[in-house]
Design a protein around this ligand. Structure first.
Ligand SMILES: C[S@@+](CC[C@H](N)C(=O)[O-])C[C@H]1O[C@@H](n2cnc3c(N)ncnc32)[C@H](O)[C@@H]1O
Length: 204
């Protein structure tokens, strides 16, 4: 199987004070933003839960490196948390207003997280995405974010995504096809549930 489940040793203890402070402020900003702007495809995941999973991965030998990317980074909260855990963190988001908010959040907390406005769907994969089905919010109509980042999808060591239920399959397929061998995909599945998988072999 190209993707194998991993079970990182997630600790239940609360986040450090600086992370807790960041989470409170991020929550406040997201709530305020959502009162003012409607972006139907943007639904925040569970940043505190994502922090625990990423902390477990960061403390383990389950990752091959520290280059992190959030596919569909929304407000950028998880990417910022990855930066706090000393990942080399970037986020790709198609909605410019969210990219602006994410950049502001990172800047206000002095975090070196990079946000790019564009699509995480690699160039050439658009047909594959459309062939796999129709999606509520996943779009392929955007600039190639990887070129702006100066990265290829297989450079990424850890990818985080919160796909809508109808996008889960295609998100996995993109990771299986374009991710690097040994790279890890973390997905949030709602209800506090995260799934962590490693790509173990190239797909034929
Ligand atoms: C369910 S939200 C998750 C937001 C964020 N990852 C989080 O955990 O809070 C999915 C995000 O993906 C974005 N999105 C959808 N298709 C995209 C694409 N092809 N490239 C980049 N972002 C995309 C949406 O605009 C939305 O902000």
């Amino acid at each position: 199987m190209p993707l194998r489940d991993l079970t990182p040793a997630v600790r239940p203890d609360p986040p450090p004070a600086d992370v807790a402070r960041f989470l409170r402020e991020a929550d406040r900003r997201v709530a305020r933003f959502q009162e003012e702007v409607v972006i139907p495809g943007f639904v925040p995941s569970d940043p505190a839960g994502a922090f625990r999973v990423l902390r477990a991965l960061a403390d383990s030998e389950q990752i091959r490196g520290r280059r992190f990317c959030e596919w569909g980074s929304g407000f950028g909260v998880v990417t910022c948390l990855a930066a706090m855990l000393e990942f080399d963190a970037c986020g790709i988001e198609v909605e410019w207003q969210l990219v602006d908010e994410a950049r502001r959040l990172a800047e206000d907390f002095g975090l070196s997280a990079e946000f790019v406005c564009g699509s995480f769907v690699p160039p050439g994969a658009e047909g594959r995405v459309h062939a796999a089905g129709q999606y509520a919010w996943l779009t392929t109509e955007a600039d190639d974010a990887y070129r702006e980042l100066g990265l290829d999808p297989d450079d990424l060591d850890v990818v985080f995504a919160y796909p809508w239920p109808d996008e889960e399959g295609v998100t996995e397929e993109l990771f299986e096809r374009y991710g690097g061998v040994g790279a890890v995909l973390v997905t949030f599945r709602g209800g506090g549930e995260f799934r962590v998988r490693r790509k173990t072999a190239r797909r034929r």
